[in-house]
Design a protein around this ligand. Structure first.
Ligand code: NCD
Ligand code: ZN
Ligand code: ZN
Length: 430
């Protein structure tokens, strides 16, 4: 029999303190003054906020193939520590997750690890090569029940292939998640194109390379009547385009990453590749536009783009280093710092953008449910008053490439429950 938990005096979505009973995998009771029998573990949650288990629509778990950077086991440990109960695992593994066999392998590894649910993302094109559509239907029909398809890491830049993919996924209510990067406009690109890239002598990655693909794709999505999701939106112009498309009724959703909500391209002046990421860190004006777009719902969700890389791929000169940074264990803190503390989002808004909406977009039915009686007990307890200094060596990830090392961040995940079982207790893996 699994343990049941009575969580006392917890602020559900930041509301008035109440009690929460998690039993038999579901939320079994909510209300002040709940009492327990002897077999129930009681948690004093005074000062803590309860949120629905977080859902990350954009995680790189690296397995199969780059187990030196991350495995499904270590990546989902990091996820649980960050308050996540479900992650969508990107397809740019080795081999690429472009067949039913590979997505089932990742899905099975997730079940065996047991730290959070793993929803494999299927590649759009064979080998991420951008030439032929992968077996989308076979992945959708597999045990992994894939609904999100992405060549993330690469852009589906061929308009005909993108159109076909959007058409194809309609049959099983799927969505194409685009890494919006016009390849010809970003050959050799190293950082945001601007005055600073010129001064630093690093090849620029212009905003228009992202915006041109988003403009094209929202028009394609409208034309074929399909669902489009835009990965890691990074520019003010992209926010504007998505706002316009939504206004027209296009079925487009979009994500922003924590690092794009906090950090700017000025960090490239350090030449420290810890700040090298794709799409690149942008200007302060872009950061402000992303925060505003996330606040008003133009940007639907926060997704981490957790991108582990081993030190030999990061501890080298800027132009040789890999793109990407860790994100799972710090996401909620960065969202608190950039959105909640400045008053741009309340905790209900965080639940929408980090749990309900990503689960909806990815069709993860057991996740992203309000904390109410009968719902699966996927819950995170968070202490917004705590602070901590980020120490990369404490990360559960196999990699160390966090841009927040040494920074003092607000908040701490105290506990995470997956279907009523604690995956994290007292801030540590349970
Ligand atoms: N974001 C990154 O900088 N890197 C990602 C790929 C991607 O998300 O495009 C990776 O797989 O390392
Ligand atoms: Zn990407
Ligand atoms: Zn990615």
């Amino acid at each position: 029999m699994s343990t049941s938990y009575l969580i006392k005096n917890v602020a559900v979505l930041g509301g008035e303190p109440t009690d929460l009973l998690l039993q038999d995998g579901v939320v079994a009771g909510i209300g002040p003054g709940l009492t327990s029998d002897g077999s129930t573990e009681v948690i004093d949650a005074s000062g803590l906020v309860a949120l629905p288990g977080l859902v990350d629509l954009h995680t790189h778990l690296r397995e199969p193939g780059r187990e030196d950077a991350e495995t499904v086991d270590t990546g989902t440990q990091a996820a649980a520590l960050g308050g996540f109960t479900a992650v969508f695992a990107m397809a740019n593994t080795e081999p690429v997750a472009d067949t039913a066999g590979v997505v089932e392998q990742v899905w099975r590894l997730g079940r065996e690890a047991g730290h959070c649910d793993v929803y494999p993302v299927g590649a759009v094109t064979v080998g991420l090569q951008g030439e032929r559509l992968a077996e989308l239907g076979a992945m959708a029909d597999s045990a992994a029940r894939v609904r999100v398809f992405s060549d993330d890491g690469k852009c589906v830049s061929d308009a005909v292939l993108m159109r076909r993919a959007l058409e194809y996924v309609k049959a099983f209510d799927g969505v194409v998640a685009q890494h919006a990067q016009e390849p010809r406009l970003t050959e050799g690109a190293q950082m945001n194109e601007g005055e600073l890239s010129g001064r630093l002598g690093l090849a620029g990655w212009p905003a228009v390379a992202e915006e041109a693909i988003i403009a094209r794709d929202v028009l394609l999505a409208e034309h074929v009547g399909s669902r489009l999701h835009v990965c890691h939106v990074s520019t003010a112009g992209s926010v504007e385009l998505i706002r316009w498309a939504k206004g027209k009724g296009v079925e487009v959703t979009a994500e922003a990453c924590p690092h794009h909500l906090l950090l700017t391209d000025e960090l490239a002046a350090t030449y420290d590749p810890i700040y090298k990421v794709n799409p690149p860190l942008r200007s302060a004006a872009d950061v402000a536009a992303l925060r505003e777009g996330l606040a008003d719902g133009t940007i639907d969700i926060v997704a981490t783009d957790h991108a582990p890389h081993p030190h030999e791929d990061k501890d080298c000169e800027w132009s040789a280093a890999a793109f990407g940074m860790l994100g799972l264990e710090t996401a909620l803190s960065i969202v608190q710092q950039t959105m909640v503390d400045p008053g741009l989002l309340d905790w209900a808004g965080v639940a929408e953008r980090m749990s309900y909406a990503p689960a909806r977009i990815g069709r993860a039915a057991d996740h992203g449910r309000p904390i109410e009686v009968g719902a699966p007990a996927n819950v995170v307890l968070y202490d917004p008053a705590a602070t901590r200094t980020v120490d990369p060596s404490e990360s559960a990830s196999l990699s160390r490439n966090t841009p927040y090392r040494g920074m003092e961040l607000p908040g701490r995940v105290v506990a995470t429950f997956l279907r009523g079982t604690a995956t994290v207790l007292d801030g540590k893996l349970a």
